[in-house]
Design a protein around this ligand. Structure first.
Ligand SMILES: [Zn+2]
Length: 213
């Protein structure tokens, strides 16, 4: 049985507990105290960069956010990934324009098959469920199983990502929100954005759960 299924089944039977302090809590993954203690960033957006007209990250990539994201990614904690998406919805910047489509940064199909899910997609799912936005998972694809970005320098990252993504042609004038777990150099998200621009996206925003400052 996959981790994903185990996680889903456990969710049905166990009383929800805060994943950080273990207290019972009405809302997963964190109790109100741990939620308030998270390293929240200013609700202001980061300056527009590259293909993105708007960039925003909710949290600093430090403890315990790094732990939550690692759990979501490698321990099959789907509910944690979705809850991180719900946190994004909770703290979304004032005056946010409703996107026509929400597109998670895709994994290569091989990596997604190994892992059983794409954490960015589950984060986007949590966000869309809260805000009633439209999740689009089939629009953008990762063509190559590129080496992990975290092992590469900035120039190597760009090279690594050259032509790594492709997107289906889009109807005109769409505003698209791209979702990822962590913003580091932004090279991956920019490569996704270039594919979406080529496919006809009119405007692009990037939201991530965390920002590695
Ligand atoms: Zn707690």
């Amino acid at each position: 049985m996959s981790w994903v299924k185990v996680d889903q089944i456990l969710d049905l039977f166990l009383p929800p507990q805060c994943v950080l302090c273990g207290q019972s809590t009405a809302c997963r993954p964190l109790c109100a105290g741990c939620l308030a203690d998270l390293p929240w960033l200013d609700p202001d957006c980061l300056p527009a960069a590259g293909e993105f007209d708007q960039l925003w990250s909710a949290l600093a990539y430090e403890y315990p956010v790094d732990r939550l994201i690692t759990e979501a990614k490698f321990a099959g904690q789907l509910s944690t990934a979705r809850a991180l998406g719900e946190l994004l919805a909770l703290r979304s910047p004032a005056g946010t324009r409703r996107p026509d489509l929400v597109i998670p940064v895709p994994l290569h199909w091989q990596r997604q098959a190994e892992r059983g899910f794409n954490q960015a997609e589950e984060i986007a799912r949590g966000l869309c469920r809260q805000l009633d936005w439209r999740l689009a998972t089939g629009v953008c694809q990762r063509l190559r199983a590129t080496p992990a970005q975290s092992k590469l320098g900035a120039a190597e990252r760009r090279l690594n990502l050259h032509a790594a993504f492709v997107a289906r042609p889009l109807p005109p004038a769409l505003h698209i929100l791209v979702i990822d777990d962590v913003l580091t150099t932004g090279a991956t998200a920019q490569a996704v954005a270039r594919a979406l621009r080529q496919a006809g996206a009119a405007s692009l925003a990037l939201w991530t759960v965390a920002h590695a400052l």
